[in-house]
Design a protein around this ligand. Structure first.
Ligand code: HSE
Length: 431
C-alpha cells in the first residue's frame, strides 16, 4: 500500500475529527484505496492533544507550525486554524516548501483566494478546500467536477447552519430573535460574538467561493452584498407565512447575461420550495446548470465529523494526484477566464414583501400604492389585519418584479407621508 504523509495544523474540533478518521484502524480508506493519506505530523499549541489522541511516537508533534512545514517527510499540510493571520502566511510558506495544501478557511479564500491560488500555481502545488463550504456536503467537488459540462446559471442556498437554526426556531416555535440566538449559543452553534454568522458575513465568504468555482471567475469579495438576520421580526415571519412564504437566509449567485448577482440576505421562499423544508442546522445548496437542470445538495453544514469528512476527501484527492491535475487545469485558479462585473444591489430585480405601519384611515392604501406606481412597482397582494400595534395598523404587501433602486426611492418617499408610523420593513422574494 502506498502512503501520502499528512501534517495537521490546528487541532480544534475539525482537526481532531480529521485525526480520528486518519488514525482509525479499520478506516474505510484502507478498504477502498491502494494509496492512503497517513497522519505524520501535528502542530498545535496544546500538548494535551498527544495524550488525548493517544498518538504513537512516530507521529511528529510540535507547537510550532514552521517546524512542521520544515519537515521534509510531510507532503500535504492541512490548515485548520482559521482566520486570516497567521493562516495566510502558513499556507504561503507550505506552498514555498513544496507542499500541497488542504484548508477549510472560507474567510481566507474569499478575501485572498486569488493571491493564494496564484502562489500555488507558481510552485506547481494545489490548494483544496471542500470543507470551506457546506461542511460534509461535497458541493465544491460537484461544481468543479460533476457539473463541469454546464454553464452554471445560478447557485443559491442555505450555507450557514447557525442562522438556519435561529430562523427555524423563530418560525416553528414562535420564539423571538434574541431568545433563539441565546439558545443557539447555549447549544454551541453560535459563537459568543455571533456577528460573522448572524450578519451574513460567513455566508458571503462561502458565496464568494461557490461563485468562483461555479462561474469560473475571480470574485472580488468586497462587491458582495450581505445582510443578516439580526433585524428579522417575528411579525414578518407570521405575515409571510400567511402569504405562503417561508423566511430563510439565502446566499444567491446568478449569472443573467454579462453580469453576476452575488447577494446574501433574508429571503422569502414559497412554502413548497425544497429549501423551505431545510430546517435546523442543516445546509442545502441548489445549482442550476444548462445541461443538468435543477439540482439540490443537502446535509450537515458544520460539525466535527461532517467537516472532517470533507477534509479527508481532499486529502485523498491529493494522495491520488487528482487535486494537482484539477487545480492546474482549471482557469479559475489562474485568475478566471474573464472579468465579469458584479451587479449593484440597486440594479437587481426581485419581488418584494413590504410591511408598513400606518394610521388606519381612508385613503392610506391609495397614497402608498400611488407612490409605488410612480416607480413602476406593481402590487400583487395586500393584507391588513384589525390588530393594532401602538394604535397603528400593519399593512402588508407583496409586489410583482421590481428594480431595487426604484423600490428604495419609493420607500424614501413613502416614509415622508404623515400616515406612515414606524420603520417600513422589506424582504426580497425568490420563487
Ligand atoms: N458557523 C458556520 C455555520 C459553520 O453556522 O454554518 C462553519 O462554516
Amino acid at each position: 500500500m502506498k502512503t501520502f504523509n499528512v501534517g495537521l495544523i490546528g487541532m480544534g474540533t475539525v482537526g481532531t475529527g480529521v485525526a480520528r478518521i486518519l488514525l482509525e484502524k479499520d478506516s474505510p480508506l484502507l478498504e477502498k484505496l491502494d494509496c492512503v493519506p497517513v497522519l505524520k505530523g501535528i502542530a498545535d499549541s496544546n500538548p494535551d492533544v498527544k495524550t488525548k489522541l493517544n498518538l504513537s511516537p512516530d507521529i511528529f508533534f510540535t507547537n510550532d507550525a514552521k517546524a512542521l512545514l520544515n519537515n521534509p517527510d510531510i507532503q500535504v499540510v492541512v490548515e485548520l486554524i482559521g482566520g486570516l493571520h497567521p493562516a495566510k502566511e502558513i499556507i504561503m510558506l507550505a506552498l514555498e516548501k513544496g507542499k500541497d495544501v488542504v484548508t477549510a478557511n472560507k474567510m481566507l479564500l474569499a478575501l485572498h483566494g486569488s493571491e493564494l491560488f496564484s502562489k500555488a500555481r507558481q510552485h506547481g502545488k494545489s490548494i483544496s478546500f471542500e470543507a470551506s463550504v457546506g461542511g460534509g456536503i461535497p458541493i465544491i467537488a460537484a461544481l468543479r467536477d460533476g457539473f463541469i459540462a454546464n454553464r452554471i446559471e445560478s447557485i443559491f442556498g442555505i450555507v450557514n447552519g447557525t442562522t438556519n437554526y435561529i430562523l427555524t426556531k423563530m418560525t416553528k416555535e414562535n420564539v423571538k430573535y434574541s431568545d433563539a440566538l441565546a439558545e443557539a449559543q447555549k447549544l454551541g452553534y453560535a459563537e459568543k460574538d455571533p456577528t460573522m454568522d448572524v450578519e451574513g458575513i460567513d455566508s458571503s465568504h462561502k458565496l464568494a467561493i461557490l461563485a468562483r468555482i461555479g462561474f469560473g471567475v475571480d470574485i472580488d469579495y468586497n462587491h458582495i452584498y450581505h445582510e443578516g438576520i439580526s433585524a428579522v421580526d417575528l411579525a414578518d415571519i407570521w405575515y409571510a407565512h400567511e402569504l405562503g412564504y417561508t423566511l430563510k437566509l439565502l446566499a444567491i449567485a446568478k449569472k443573467p447575461g454579462n453580469m453576476i448577482e452575488l447577494r446574501v440576505h433574508p429571503t422569502l421562499l414559497p412554502h413548497d420550495h425544497p429549501l423551505s423544508s431545510v430546517n435546523g442546522v442543516f445546509n442545502a445548496i441548489c445549482v442550476n446548470g444548462s445541461a443538468v437542470g435543477e439540482t439540490m445538495l443537502y446535509g450537515r453544514g458544520a460539525g466535527q465529523m461532517p467537516t472532517a469528512s470533507a477534509v479527508v476527501a481532499d486529502l485523498v484527492d491529493v494522495a491520488l494526484g487528482r487535486a494537482g491535475i484539477t487545480f492546474n487545469a482549471m482557469k479559475t485558479f489562474s485568475g478566471g477566464r474573464e472579468n465579469i462585473p458584479i451587479a449593484d444591489i440597486l440594479n437587481i430585480k426581485t419581488r418584494y414583501y413590504l410591511r408598513f405601519s400606518v394610521v388606519d384611515k381612508p385613503g392610506v392604501l391609495a397614497k402608498i400604492s400611488g407612490i409605488l406606481g410612480n416607480y413602476e412597482i406593481s402590487i400583487a397582494s395586500v393584507i391588513q389585519h384589525k390588530a393594532r400595534e401602538n394604535g397603528n395598523v400593519p399593512l402588508v404587501m407583496m409586489t410583482h418584479l421590481a428594480e431595487e433602486g426604484n423600490l428604495q426611492k419609493a420607500l424614501t418617499e413613502i416614509k415622508r407621508l404623515d400616515v406612515i408610523k414606524d420603520h417600513t420593513k422589506f424582504l426580497r422574494v425568490e420563487e
